[in-house]
Ligand binder design. Structure first.
Ligand SMILES: Cc1cc2nc3c(=O)[nH]c(=O)nc-3n(C[C@H](O)[C@H](O)[C@H](O)COP(=O)(O)O)c2cc1C
Length: 356
């Protein structure tokens, strides 16, 4: 098979989205074994943990898989903003008998500055590396490509896609506003044009020379066929895989996915400091409790507080403060083993194409 799919060794044009904390080596391997592309996300872990995850995928498959990294620009620490934020969250900690952290840390190192992670990926050479929240330098991208790695970059606008193309990426993941999880926007405080998957896919297919991978709100074969008809070379699905038994999603995330809130996902910064689409829960509801607009610390400093609050609440039996990321397609989620889900998606897609 020629082009991107051939480069990635794919038999079907489906990528299981990298989902930090939710996608697992078992899920990635299971998906890759079907001929689609499985992904793990290492944005929330260090190089040593990433090495273990890569080995765990390789123990289960010899097929290509994708490793996803976060390329955010460094957070700007602001002690006053962080103190105010902890004060705002204080009553929630108190309610669940937990103590807020004394100070907040930048909990994730950006791949851009993480030399150990760059060295690991160059050494372990996964089939693909995908970048979220921005881009590594053109030099780092060139080194990965020279090592035989296919480099994918998330873009939410034509401008970001053009930057990815100029930096040397092999393909662009067109992430629409429908998508679950963090928006891949390069600059989280710039105006967000909130393009839908449909519009963004068409804009990128006609605006850049790279293959486009459509992502956001795609949950079944009809959605996949529609995205391919729009000119996408492949699709990337995240929410569709949350309920798989191989997923790392906890009981609260799974329950929320199949609850009444599935049809009411919301974009929020309160959990991590960056806009992310989430199932409604006690954490997202805080936006409405605030007297005025919330001034949230930078990502991932705010996420340090968010994770501490989720842990304190969970210890008291309350699961409603988790990062329950999901896209607008959540009501269409199915709880199936990952490989079976891919097979069903392929059958549905063939059916949709056969119908014309
Ligand atoms: C639970 C969850 C976690 C996610 N984590 C990541 C991540 O770590 N890295 C990344 O590039 N994208 C992440 N995403 C976004 C996906 O890559 C993709 O853009 C999105 O899932 C597509 O929309 P959909 O969820 O409607 O299929 C995540 C999405 C979800 C639902």
């Amino acid at each position: 098979m020629a082009g991107l799919l051939g480069q990635l060794g794919l038999e079907v044009p489906i990528i299981q989205a990298p989902m930090a904390g939710t996608s697992t080596p078992a899920m990635a391997a299971s998906v890759s074994n079907t001929g689609a592309l499985g992904s793990i996300a290492v944005g929330a872990v260090d190089a040593a943990a990433a090495r273990t995850m890569i080995a765990a995928v390789r123990a289960r498959t010899s097929r290509p898989f994708n490793v996803n990294v976060f390329c955010h620009s460094p957070a700007r620490a602001d002690s006053e903003r962080e103190r105010d934020w902890l004060r705002f969250l204080g009553p929630q900690f108190e309610r669940y008998g937990g103590a807020p952290p004394r100070e907040l840390r930048e909990i994730y190192t950006s791949f851009v500055a993480d030399e150990a992670m760059q060295a690991l990926l160059l050494e372990s050479r996964p089939g693909a590396v995908s970048c979220h929240f921005g881009l590594p330098s053109a030099h780092t991208i060139a080194r990965m490509k020279a090592a035989g790695i296919v480099v994918l970059a998330t873009a939410t606008s034509l401008d970001e896609a053009r930057q990815a193309q100029a930096a040397g990426a092999d393909a662009v993941v067109a992430q629409g506003y429908e998508a679950g999880g963090h928006r891949g926007v390069f600059d989280p405080v710039a105006h967000d044009t909130q393009l839908s998957t449909l519009a963004l896919t068409r804009i990128l297919v006609s605006g850049i020379a790279l293959p486009v991978i459509a992502a956001g709100g795609i949950m079944d074969g009809a959605g996949i066929a529609a995205a391919l008809r729009l000119g996408a070379t492949a699709v990337q699905l995240g929410t569709a895989f949350i309920a798989c038994p191989e997923s790392g999603a906890d009981q609260y995330h799974r329950a929320a996915l199949f609850g009444p809130g599935a049809a009411m996902t919301e974009m929020t910064r309160v959990i991590s400091g960056r806009p992310a689409r989430c199932l409604p829960n006690r954490f997202t509801a805080l936006q409405r409790l605030a007297a005025g607009p919330l001034i949230v610390p930078d990502y991932p400093i705010a996420y340090d507080a968010g994770k501490a609050l989720a842990a304190a609440a969970r210890a008291a039996g309350e699961g409603g403060f988790g990062a329950h990321w999901a896209g607008q397609g959540a009501p269409l989620a199915r709880a199936l083993p990952a490989a079976e889900l891919v097979r069903i998606l392929c059958a549905e897609m063939s059916g949709a194409f056969a119908e014309g």
